[in-house]
Design a protein around this ligand. Structure first.
Ligand SMILES: *[C@@H]1O[C@H](CO)[C@@H](O)[C@H](O)[C@H]1NC(C)=O
Ligand SMILES: *[C@@H]1O[C@H](CO)[C@@H](O)[C@H](O)[C@H]1NC(C)=O
Length: 221
């Protein structure tokens, strides 16, 4: 094979990887999933078949399920993710949304979205927001109602209600399936061998067990 051809092949395969690394451009106005025909699942993505566009209605493009807070966890956080699973009109459009409510003092623990940059809008309250870059530099401060902060794709970020009242934030994502990897659960709730965690964090087996129980209070002694 000539070296030119090899270079072309390498460039082509890189382009394929890049194309798969983010949401593709739509090739039609919209694609309301058709539950009759189900989904084609591959190792890397899911393709939903579309309803005939003549059957789409205005209601397909409206979501009314986030007028009020979702169900609060024990830690005082309630989130309502809004994506094609509950808002089919978003399918193929490369965006999604979330409503998060935090009781006084509650946190949204450090997490990241592997496939999306997020803009968070503080709709109510005072919230300490921030992210950490790949040099472990932190960019964080308290935002008041009406301010927004951007979290670049794939970077760890967090929120804490530091006000005297409940807080509400809305986040929008530039992917219909941003993914959400929560650091505490990914590390201490995923089944990584204890020996590795002990070495990585300088913790004793007992401390590892405490971390594990703080992630999942249902794990008994
Ligand atoms: C979509 O609906 C229109 C109008 O009812 C019809 O003419 C057309 O054949 C349909 N297309 C498909 C692919 O079923
Ligand atoms: C809250 O919990 C109820 C009862 O389990 C459930 O029906 C409802 O869908 C949940 N709401 C959200 C936004 O997850």
């Amino acid at each position: 094979m000539s070296s030119k051809l090899i270079v072309l092949l390498v460039v082509f395969s890189l382009q394929c990887l890049l194309a798969l690394a983010s949401d593709p451009d739509p090739v039609q106005d919209f694609c309301i999933p058709n539950p009759k025909y189900g989904a084609i699942r591959t190792a890397r993505f899911t393709i939903l078949s579309c309803k005939n566009s003549s059957e789409a209605t205005t209601d397909d493009f409206v979501f009314s399920g986030m007028k009020t807070a979702g169900n609060f966890s024990e830690t005082g956080l309630a989130t309502i993710p809004v994506n094609p699973a509950n808002f089919p009109g978003l399918n193929t459009l490369g965006m999604s949304f979330v409503r998060a409510d935090l009781k006084v003092g509650a946190i949204n623990p450090p997490h990241f979205h592997p496939r999306a940059t997020e803009i968070t809008h503080v709709v109510q309250g005072s919230v300490y927001l921030g992210f950490v870059d790949s040099n472990n530099r932190v960019y964080a401060r308290v935002l008041e109602q009406g301010e927004v902060m951007v979290f670049p794709r794939g970077l760890v970020h967090f929120q804490m209600n530091v006000g005297e009242e409940p807080a509400t934030v809305f986040g929008s994502f530039n992917s219909q399936n941003p993914g959400n990897q929560k650091i505490p659960a990914a590390i201490f709730g995923s089944g990584i061998d204890d020996k590795l965690l002990e070495k990585a964090f300088g913790l004793s087996p007992k401390q590892i067990e405490m971390m594990r129980r703080s992630i999942n209070p249902l794990i008994q002694e």
